[in-house]
Design a binder for this molecule. Structure first.
Ligand code: ADP
Ligand code: MG
Length: 651
């Protein structure tokens, strides 16, 4: 179980979310080498003190303010090589490399600070003399751990290694079969920066790998100067290629190309140095300048990588061979571990502070770890790319469709609004018209009720006038030889047939008013019943038989037999006549109805019985006129002459 807060634990947590996980910061651990015998001899003091496992305090000589730096782990001089190996987190990187990630471990610091020692232990004591196991550095220990780990994987793993150095801005193959010669650094889309024609050696055992390491170390340029008797004069990169498939199963895309899979790269940087401090001259000064220039380019790239707007910024990885080959480790898809090395000596304080600041800033550089895709996985990758393109096209089309919908909805919205407005106006019009029709209907109903009432009153008046007319006629014609009058007239009070029949049927003897059968004698002879009343002259030359009775149903308005339409004069005459008969003033209950066109429904303007009543009134008027004329020519025997207004007795 990893220690909480250790680089291994932090890195594991940051990568638990998968290859496409969040940005992962560069892990930085600090190693403080012990004071060398020479430094102690010169009486130099240590200005570095560890506080806990992650904090380093710097105590400047002379009592200046202390400065503290915090890293993933701080390993002081007392820590052994094994402690450094276990605490720095390199095993986690080995695990990630086995899973296909590209991982890098590099040391950084002033020359003579222990970078090479931390990675590979002390310099060999002689040709072919191996480093004692207890002093072996991170690289040897990792090799041993990795090979043991591979043996327990239970799956075939192919291990290859390359080893190069960058010396005076030239890449040299430390594993080349012949003498090292400069190799070009190329770039392509799939591999990024790579060294062309670099020899990649497959190995199958720890011993073989150690031999490759020793070969490279022995060929690497180193020189002695004031600060380091075995100072590395080049940046060295040893890379392990880890493939969990055999070459037969997964051939490389290009011949000579390293197999695709995980990588674990160890970078031993040449230390920055002050030429004045190291006393370099000639070739050494040229090497120092080249080293410093490449380290300066590295520092510049890290500074830009710390810029929040770095995605819009250009990172000058091409400024040096070192930054080219570290581009993927610093700003790409790799996982990176930096081991910053410092000397505790007060004499090295300026460079130590510079290294500490540099390392602190590097902690904020992040990468996006991503496992490289194998050729077998390229088909799904193409499909995934195609799917992403289709999804993008789908989004674009959906966007266009939404825009069209918006426009269409805008148009239809206008139409809907227009339709709703029109419908509302139509509804208002319908409501107004409905209200108007309702009022008109109410008026028509009132008018109809008024007409019916008028009809009823007129019928009563006509009825009364008929009775009085017949009574007057009977009294006027009464004589000893006359047959008894109709019981309708003689009877005292029955409501209907108390009136004498005005015009009885000659064969059935039925009272025409109430339809009651009468005695035979009760019926007046046809010629004597109303011969005077129905005067042919007064009736327009028509015989009584030819003339329809007053109560007969009215003929159709267009018929030749139809009497003329009522007029205002008719009403006036009728009223005068009624007043003459009743000797009272007759006030019409309704004004005379206007003359309506034939198509107008009579039911709404007075009912069907009104014309009939008018005819009956007209007939009564004729009869009364005839009676008055007869009365003037033949005065009654029992009564004196009287005025026409006194013909009829008062009620
Ligand atoms: P650099 O590579 O940074 O220039 P080196 O690794 O070559 O420095 O170390 C310089 C000297 O210091 C070497 O002689 C090395 O043996 C010694 N040294 C460095 N680190 C340690 C250490 N942790 N313990 C003992 N000796 C060390
Ligand atoms: Mg070195």
């Amino acid at each position: 179980m990893e220690e909480r807060g250790s680089p291994d634990g932090d890195l594991a947590r940051s990568l638990e979310q998968g290859p496409e996980g969040p940005e992962t910061p560069i892990q930085v651990v600090l190693r403080v080498r012990p004071m060398s015998a020479a430094e102690l001899r010169r009486g130099q003091q240590s200005v570095l003190h560890c506080s806990g496992t992650r904090t380093l305090q710097v105590s400047p000589p002379g009592g200046g303010p202390e400065v503290a730096f915090r890293f993933g782990a701080v390993l002081d001089a007392a820590r052994t090589q094994e402690d450094v190996f276990r605490a720095c987190g390199v095993r986690r990187l080995g695990e990630l490399a086995l899973r296909g990630f590209s991982c890098t471990v590099f040391t950084f610091g002033q020359t003579g600070s222990g970078k090479t020692y931390t990675l590979t232990g002390p310099p060999p004591q002689g040709e072919g003399v191996p480093v004692p196991p207890s002093l072996a550095g991170i690289m040897q220990r990792t090799f041993a751990w990795l090979l043991e780990r591979v043996q327990h994987l239970g799956a075939p793993v192919t291990l290859r290694a390359s080893y190069l150095e960058i010396y005076n801005e030239q890449v040299r193959d430390l594993l080349s079969l012949g003498s090292p010669r400069p190799l070009p650094v190329r770039w392509n889309k799939t591999r990024g920066f790579y060294v062309e024609q670099l020899r990649v050696v497959e190995f199958g055992s720890l011993e073989a790998l150690m031999e490759l390491l020793q070969t490279g170390l022995s060929r690497r340029r180193s020189s002695a100067h004031t600060l380091n008797q075995a100072s590395s004069r080049s940046h060295a990169l040893l890379t392990l290629y880890i493939s969990r498939q055999t070459a037969q199963q997964m051939p490389s895309v290009d011949p000579g190309e390293p197999p695709v899979g995980g990588k674990l790269c160890f970078v031993d940087l040449a230390g920055s140095e002050k030429v004045a401090a190291t006393g370099s001259r000639g070739e050494l000064m040229l090497e120092a300048n080249s080293i410093n220039r490449s380290l300066l380019a590295l520092g510049h790239c890290i500074s830009l990588l710390l810029d929040p707007q770095r995605k819009q910024s250009h990172i000058p990885f091409r400024d040096s061979k070192l930054t080219k080959l570290l581009a993927d480790s610093l700003g790409g898809r790799g996982v990176t571990l930096m081991v910053a090395c410092v000397s505790p000596s007060a004499q090295c304080l300026p460079e130590t502070l510079s290294t500490l600041r540099y390392a602190s800033r590097a902690q904020r550089v992040t990468t996006r770890p991503q496992a490289p895709k194998s050729p077998v996985a390229k088909q799904p990758q193409r499909l995934e790319t195609e799917m992403l393109q289709l999804q993008e096209e789908n989004r674009r089309l959906q966007f266009q469709l939404d825009q069209m919908d918006c426009k269409a909805s805008g148009l239809s919205g206008a139409r809907v609004a227009w339709t709703q407005r029109n419908l509302y106006e139509m509804l208002q019009e319908f409501m107004l018209e409905n209200e108007r029709l309702r009022k008109e209907k109410s008026q028509l109903q009132d008018s109809r009720d008024l007409a019916r009432n008028e009809q009823r009153i007129l019928a009563q008046q006509v009825h009364a006038l008929e009775r009085r007319l017949l009574s007057a006629c009977y009294r006027h014609q009464r004589g000893p030889d006359l047959t008894p009058p109709c019981p309708c007239l003689m009877a005292p009070a029955p409501p209907c047939h108390a009136l004498p029949p005005l015009y009885s049927c000659p064969c059935c003897h039925i009272c025409p008013l109430c339809r009651v059968p009468l005695a035979h004698w009760a019926c007046l002879p046809r010629e004597r019943h109303l011969p005077q009343v129905l005067d042919p002259e007064a009736s327009g030359g028509r015989s009584p038989s030819a003339r329809p009775p007053p109560w007969a149903p009215p003929c159709s308005p267009g018929s030749a037999e139809c009497p003329r339409e009522r007029s205002h004069s008719d009403w006036t005459q009728t009223r005068v006549l009624a007043e003459m008969l009743t000797e009272e003033e007759v006030v019409p209950s309704a004004p005379p109805l206007p003359v309506r066109p034939p198509k107008t429904s009579p039911g709404l303007r007075g009912g069907a019985g009104v014309p009939n009543l008018a005819q009956r009134l007209e007939a009564l008027r004729d009869q009364i006129g005839s009676s008055l004329r007869r009365g003037r020519s033949q005065p009654p025997c029992s009564e004196g002459a009287r005025s026409p207004g006194q013909v009829l007795p008062p009620r």
